[in-house]
Design a protein around this ligand. Structure first.
Ligand SMILES: Cc1cc2nc3c(=O)[nH]c(=O)nc-3n(C[C@H](O)[C@H](O)[C@H](O)COP(=O)(O)OP(=O)(O)OC[C@H]3O[C@@H](n4cnc5c(N)ncnc54)[C@H](O)[C@@H]3O)c2cc1C
Length: 381
């Protein structure tokens, strides 16, 4: 269903869908098994210009006037092939690069944003800490002003792209008592002394996208690598995360679609009691319920993206999109697993990967309950 897509957007969708079918999907199971960062694929997609969807041509970007619907198409299609790979791209091509584009100097944009858009550098965004997850204002990583810059000391956890990143945008506080208002964003080059990947965490979801624990021991960050004001700039980044929520919704939609497509085909192919299992009403009802969830998620996610394209604030819509798409896709994947019977539990069928991966959008970018909290505040509760 293409209610929100014009002819150019549909053409964009056809191109990225072909790349996913020919290049990403055939490797997705192997990537899930190895858990390795697919550097070649990452560079290839960068070479095709897809990391520039949100950025002007001057930096190698696409120069789109209304980029968010395009970005949703990209995220949905990639996640249909591999949510792990899509999560790498999503973190890189919006969350990590957006701060440099929005608050970095021209020199910083040339040094990091331009090669990142080409896929030559990988970016990450590190906010979460062992004791500060949903409560981001509680972060303890300190930024102490010194001559010519800052010294950062602290620890981050769950940083996507953390083990492979060439640069990490780090949220650090100059004054913990000021909570969110005391937090700034700092670009740390991964080659800087004192920066260390403490460990790569083992997880059951999105295997080829890493989650790292990072440590910062008096890491020197020059003044020019501060992204925005010394204090309070994280509030801007926090607002930007609102838009990232719709890309996470699109990731959920993509994996839900993959699970639905696989289950529909399986229901037509698999025979029991002398007929395809899709002839049994119980299976039909599951498939129809799955489709209903996906259509709802698609309509609402693209609606929120089109509002973002109009420059409208989407705090409530982005949170609702993430709830509808992430929780909905997880339900779709559970039903898909059920339709596959015992084969659903076998690693040779990707449906178990879809289900495992569908948990990521329910947490990444804020849990579904935190999204509910955001909407409740918007309702004045
Ligand atoms: C695979 C993965 C990749 C990630 N990538 C990144 C990344 O690149 N960069 C980054 O900075 N972070 C990243 N994160 C971190 C992610 O944003 C956090 O995990 C998330 O915000 C939740 O924080 P937490 O895990 O500490 O859970 P907690 O905040 O401890 O929450 C635990 C439970 O309590 C609930 N809860 C907490 N507070 C409230 C409240 N006020 N009201 C109601 N319920 C509440 C939550 O909904 C949840 O169910 C990633 C996480 C994962 C799993």
């Amino acid at each position: 269903m293409h209610l929100f897509l014009d002819a150019e957007q549909r053409e964009f969708q056809r191109h990225i869908a072909r790349w996913v079918d020919e290049r990403l999907a055939p490797q997705a199971d192997a990537l899930d098994r190895s858990g390795e960062f697919p550097r070649e694929l990452f560079r290839e997609l960068g070479g095709l210009g897809y990391y520039g969807v949100l950025y002007p041509e001057a930096y190698g970007g696409s120069g789109l006037e209304r980029p968010y619907v395009y970005y949703m198409i990209l995220c949905e299609e990639l996640a249909r092939g591999s949510l792990g790979f899509a999560a790498i791209v999503g973190m890189h091509a919006s969350a990590a690069t957006h701060a440099i584009y929005s608050w970095g100097s021209e020199a910083l944009r040339q040094r990091y944003l331009v090669p990142a858009i080409r896929g030559e550098l990988v970016g990450a965004l590190a906010i979460t800490e062992p004791n500060a997850g949903s409560d981001a204002a509680a972060i303890r990583t300190r930024a102490v002003k010194v001559e010519g810059g800052y010294r950062l000391t602290g620890n981050k956890i769950f940083t996507s792209n953390g083990t492979i990143a060439d640069f990490v945008n780090v949220a650090a506080t100059t004054d913990p008592a000021k909570r969110l208002k005391g937090i700034g964003l700092f670009l740390v080059d991964a080659k800087t002394p004192g920066f260390k990947v403490s460990r790569r965490l083992e997880k059951f979801t999105t295997h080829c996208s890493d989650a790292a624990e990072l440590s910062f021991d008096e890491v020197f960050v020059p003044d020019e690598c501060r992204l925005g004001a010394e204090e309070g700039s994280f509030l801007n980044a926090y607002k930007a995360l609102t838009v990232d929520r719709i890309h996470t919704a699109a990731l959920a939609l993509g994996v839900g679609r993959a699970a639905y497509d696989a289950a529909l085909q399986y229901a037509k192919d698999r025979e029991q009691f002398g007929q395809p299992i899709g002839k049994f009403q119980a299976v039909q009802f599951k498939l129809v319920d799955m489709l209903a969830k996906l259509e709802q998620a698609r309509l609402y996610t693209y609606y929120a993206a089109s509002l973002a394209d109009e420059g409208r604030p989407i705090t409530q819509e982005a949170a609702l999109a993430k709830i509808i798409a992430a929780d909905g896709a997880n339900e779709v994947c559970q039903k898909a697993l059920n339709i596959f019977g015992g084969y659903g539990l076998m690693n040779e069928f990707p449906v178990q990967r879809y289900l495992r991966d569908s948990y990521f959008p329910m947490v990444g970018g804020g849990t579904s309950d935190i999204m509910r909290l955001i909407v409740a505040r918007q309702l004045g509760l």
